[in-house]
Design a protein around this ligand. Structure first.
Ligand code: RB5
Length: 143
């Protein structure tokens, strides 16, 4: 699987850790930035990732800002994107099992490095349950 990742300045330190972790696991990563701790707008980076998940260029993506709130608001405006704000393991697991989330969003100011890596690993390894959740998931986008 090839993943696309992005963050603002508040998510940058964790994005770097996440990218390195994914590459160590042999997963190819496209990093759309930001590339430092200078203040930037989370909206710009959320759109870059969500657009390429929405158009099918990437199957899954990861976004990190300070709280995760802004990134999830932006990403979920894109058709076909199911961005899950998950700063705890139960949410990360259930976002895959019941919602088939295709973007994991984390709040870099709320979680530590180790939890972030555990969230990413768990989210990547948890399959969608399908069944009744498939029908519900298909009703998410506005007709
Ligand atoms: C940046 O200060 C902060 O507002 C941003 O990272 C994010 O938390 C927005 O939702």
């Amino acid at each position: 699987m090839k993943l696309i990742v992005g963050s603002d300045h508040a998510g940058y330190p964790i994005k770097e850790k996440v990218s390195a972790f994914l590459q160590e696991r042999g997963i190819a990563v496209e990093d759309v930035g930001t590339y430092g701790e200078e203040s930037v707008d989370y909206t710009d980076f959320g759109k870059k990732v969500a657009r390429k998940v929405s158009d099918g260029t990437f199957e899954r993506g990861i976004l990190i800002c300070g709280t995760g709130l802004g990134m999830s608001m932006v990403a979920n405006r894109f058709r076909g994107v199911r961005a899950a704000l998950a700063n705890d393991l139960f949410s990360a697991i259930m976002s895959r099992r019941h919602n088939d989330s295709n973007i994991l969003v984390m709040g870099g100011r709320l979680i530590g490095d180790m939890l972030a890596l555990q969230l990413v690993e768990t989210w990547l390894d948890t399959p969608f349950d399908g069944g009744r959740h498939q029908r519900r998931m298909e009703k998410i986008d506005i007709d």
